[in-house]
Design a protein around this ligand. Sequence first.
Ligand code: MCA
Ligand code: AMP
Length: 551
Amino acid sequence: MWRQTTPSLLTATKSGCFRLTLRTEQRRTVILPRWLPNLNLFQGAIKHQDRVAIIAESKKYTYASLLRHAAKGAKQLKGDHTESAVKTGEYPPRVAFLFSPGFEYVATQWSIWAAGAIAVPLASSHPPAELEYIIGDAQAKKVLYQSKFAEKIQALQSKFPLVEWEEIPDAKPSEGQDSDSRPTNINEEDNLSKDRGAMLIYTSGTTGKPKGVLTTINNIEAQSTSLIEAWKWNSKDKILHVLPLHHVHGVINALTCPLWVGATVEFFPFDARKVWDRWMAESRDLTVFMAVPTVYARLAAEYDKMPPAEQAYATKACAQFRLMVSGSAPLPDTLFAKWEKISGHKLLERYGMTEIGMALGNPYDGPRIPGTVGKPFPHVSTQIISDAGADVTAQPDATGELYVSGPQVFKEYWNKPEATAKELQDGWFKTGDIVKKSEDGMYTILGRASVDIVKSGGYKISSLEVERTLLAHPSIADVAVVGLPDEEWGQILAAMIVLRDKTKEVTVEDVKHFLQDKLAHYKIPRRVVVVGELPRNAMGKVDKKTVLKGF
Ligand code: MCA
Ligand code: AMP
């Protein structure tokens, strides 16, 4: 029985914890827990504390470590505001964060969620101009960043005098016994409204600059649990994660899903040869892999370079996987067949979008049909709406735009009520993708309704954004940007240019040089032609079908 005779002392320990020392007749020390709000993601992680959550650069980090960093980070974030300011309101503060894929990225993301703020992931590959746009558009209150990006951040700080900037030190791996024994608990009373904004991911649209897609805690939960059910994610899984962490594919499918169930995520910067080496390592401990078609094309090309004996070894190594998924862009039938020959796996092709998470997928158990993207995932509803506005969902092979509804569908475009009202009506999101459905219910994606959207290496690019940026080039009078079919990249960007001064020249290198500090590298055209004038239709609009033929 505790008997307090003198006031208690709260002291900070070296590891950053707090120790409550009660002055009693018999002195004892009680370690106070750290607290996290009552979110299902954290509830799940609490059950798996001793398991490895993250591996990065061969260092291992347990769920206990992740929870502790999340709780500590959340406390620091909330320190800037009163608790209620963070936790109430439809639009909590936006906290942007710039980290490479690794433990610190995840710990920071979780701490932002635990603080009740909106996580805005920034891409480390983006030039300052793209970061500036996102920080400004999201009206970020705070930007957290890893020390290695300090220089990149410095270039931005003067532009945002009201934003708070904080460098986050790298975490120590949890080797053996964790030095910090303070437990992390869930505060069951601390319920965040699940309909509040939780993540803002920027995606290109037909109107030019990227739009912020705001998803709520409910959306993230629905997107994750639907895939967990469909793909049988479980705590024994280990995924090799090679994708960027500023898009849904990398953030939800390959990261939040495994962490939801207590599985292990091993981050691995994509390099085809190194990925094969990792797969061929003795451990054979991986179970899931997912990527965009370009990644599979690169892996297949690397396989082709191996001598026959190594190829046989590589093929055998692929048996460790229970699931290999392709998505974000069309998977060519030839690549599907080639990959099956190489790995013995029929790739599970699925279809999704930043605004809706994953909508359609080939079956986990059952035939995977190349060229199709399967049927709606659990809890997803779909409709096909014809050009004339008729619902043709029930008519086999009728084409139309895909509409999607369900708990996965985002809340709104950030600060763009008109765009939200246009694309999201009565809970149905208009995807802009033209589809058809076969008699047995399998969907095929036929293409985009707009030629101004290009998919290259799995990244969505607005040709209008690239055109507008190129028009600032002093020698360029007019420009049309299109996506050319390409085996490796799906599409590659190409620019048809009209010069101000016909005696001058503009090359691909000039274009690259001009754009590299303005746009992400995947938005840079790889082909350039100079013409006297752009082909236009009777209305004076650039005729992009004719532009395509000019390369
Ligand atoms: C890079 N290069 C390109 C492109 N990107 N060339 C043509 N088109 C491109 N788009 C060139 C570079 O200039 C360089 O050439 C060389 O290729 C290698 O560049 P690097 O950046 O190193 O390429 P990489 O790192 O190997 O990247 C390829 C990649 C990457 C791994 C396929 O693009 C990637 O991670 N893509 C995934 C994107 C993604 O996750 N999308 C999901 C969004 P040089 O050496 O001559 O300079 S869609 C989504 O989230 C929805 C919800 C969904 O459905 O999933
Ligand atoms: P994003 O806006 O970057 O999330 O990209 C979403 C877009 O990627 C969709 O609207 C589709 O056009 C395309 N997409 C995703 N998965 C597939 C797929 N399996 N096949 C064809 N297109 C896809």
